[in-house]
Design a binder for this molecule. Structure first.
Ligand code: HEC
Length: 114
């Protein structure tokens, strides 16, 4: 019984009650992220499959990872001259929307080692 109580963490409850706003895991809106991603397209591609090996693929990446990466660039915790300037003017909502958009895309399909 003790273990069972222990297992009922907030996240377990939120899986069961995911319709409650309190339990919403992501505040990002993918559709709005898609339009905001127009400025990112030149490097990261239309859906996050990048156009060049110098640019990381974002398609299918974890939403939490994308949120962290963008907020780290914005705060200067992760330093990259190009991304610093693109992240500088993003609001928290922009970051969440962009992350939701790229995370909702399919990941890479070609898994061969080259
Ligand atoms: C001019 C090209 C260019 C544009 C435009 C651009 N990026 Fe980037 N992006 C890069 C490069 C280069 C990196 C890798 C930087 C590094 O090594 O940290 C990167 C890295 C990232 C990462 C981290 C990926 C990872 O795997 O850790 C995210 C997230 C990201 N960009 C999102 C965006 C978003 C969102 C936009 C639009 C607001 C955008 N980028 C616009 C070139 C670009």
């Amino acid at each position: 019984m003790k273990n069972m109580t222990h297992a009922l963490t907030a996240s377990t409850l939120c899986v069961l009650l995911s319709s409650l706003p309190l339990c919403a895991t992501a505040a990002g809106d993918p559709a709005s992220g898609q339009s905001k991603a127009a400025t990112c397209e030149a490097c990261h591609g239309k859906t996050g499959e990048s156009v060049d090996p110098n640019y990381p693929n974002l398609a299918g990446q974890h939403e939490s990872y994308l949120i962290k990466a963008l907020s780290d660039y914005r705060a200067g915790r992760r330093t990259n001259a190009v991304m610093a300037s693109f992240a500088a003017n993003l609001s928290n909502q922009d970051i969440e929307d962009l992350a939701a958009w790229y995370a909702s895309q399919d990941g890479l399909k070609d898994l061969s080692i080259k």
